[in-house]
Design a protein around this ligand. Structure first.
Ligand code: GLV
Ligand code: GLV
Length: 317
């Protein structure tokens, strides 16, 4: 009989189609405890999902070998716990790097040149003889951009920014030997040196609300902050206060602390560009991510080797 793979909740059609070619696909609604009879639960050997894998599911699915997660961030899965149980977790790195980096640069340009606001002004029929949209306060040229995070996506953002005549620096836990940018051992030190901060760090206990009042003060009144990683890293109350007080100059956010809830204070704060977690959200990139989710499961069950296991669940050779 076919290997049984569980798909809890919504999943990209392309993953489902590829899995159905090879496996018995069991679909079920997301729930803290999955509505599966014990016999079926015991037959499940693989899981494909987006987002959270509650720890209780490890108990409920005693024979699961691999959890293939759709997305690069896998903070919804306790990968260490999975690793300790010999369960592989895979994510979808690299195939989205260009898309997310493009989105980050777009957010930065839009926050600085106010294109969304200028467009709304035009659509509201404000453009009449003698009327002009107000000059924007900021230019990108000559800025000093600090990257908070210099992983695979961060490096793509940095590469894209090089032709924009900006200086680039970064902060990560450890220096990259071969990155041609100034390294700052602390986020505060980076924020003091730069006027523009782009955050692309994962959700970990160490990154919680690290972009806070102290960082906004360090960036200064012309400061722009962009977040394309996880809302978890942002102290949104402090950001709202800083934008309203003019402690910083503007923000561009793709991610929020409690998605899909965007605080009213952010919606009404000046100089913000807010988009609904669309960093990787193009048809071609989501197709590539879907293919990689399916490939991980297929490769594991057919060749005994996942394609992109996460660091916490290395595959023993
Ligand atoms: C999106 O946020 C992802 O982690 O892929
Ligand atoms: C100093 O701590 C720095 O990060 O620049």
């Amino acid at each position: 009989s076919r290997i049984a793979v569980l798909v809890p909740g919504k999943m990209h059609d392309r993953v489902l189609a590829q899995l159905k070619d090879r496996f018995e696909v069991v679909t079920v609604d997301r729930d803290e405890t999955l509505k599966l009879d014990a016999e079926t639960a015991k037959r499940i050997r693989g899981v494909a999902l987006s987002g959270v894998f509650p720890a209780a599911w490890f108990e409920q699915l005693p024979n699961v070998e691999i959890v293939a997660s759709f997305g690069v961030g896998y903070d919804g899965i306790d990968a260490k716990l999975a690793g300790s149980k010999g369960i592989i977790v895979t994510n979808t790195p690299d195939v989205l790097n260009d898309e997310v980096a493009d989105t980050a640069v777009a957010l930065l340009l839009n926050a600085i040149r106010e294109l969304p606001k200028a467009e709304a002004w035009l659509r509201d029929s404000n453009w009449k003889p003698g009327a002009a949209y107000p000059l924007t306060r900021f230019s990108l040229k000559g800025r000093h951009v600090g990257l908070y995070g210099l992983g695979r996506i961060g490096l793509e953002i940095a590469k894209r920014l090089e032709p924009f005549k900006v200086k680039i620096s970064y902060h990560t836990r450890s220096r990259h030997a071969d990155a041609p940018y100034d390294y700052h051992p602390t986020l505060k030190g980076l924020a003091e040196a730069v006027d523009t901060l782009i955050a692309i760090v994962p959700k970990t206990p160490q990154t919680h609300k690290t972009i806070n009042a102290e960082i906004f003060t360090a960036l200064g009144p012309d400061g722009i902050v962009i977040n394309i990683g996880r809302g978890w890293t942002m102290d949104e109350d402090a950001l709202i206060a800083a934008l309203n007080a003019g402690t910083i100059g503007g923000a561009g956010l793709d991610v929020f602390y409690d998605e899909p809830n965007v605080p009213a204070g952010l919606l009404s704060a000046p100089n913000t560009v807010l988009v609904p977690h669309v960093g990787s959200a193009s048809i071609p990139t989501r197709n590539a991510m879907a293919d990689l989710v399916a490939e991980n499961l297929i490769s594991w069950f057919e060749q005994g080797k996942p394609v992109t296991p996460v660091a916490e669940t290395p595959v023993k050779q």
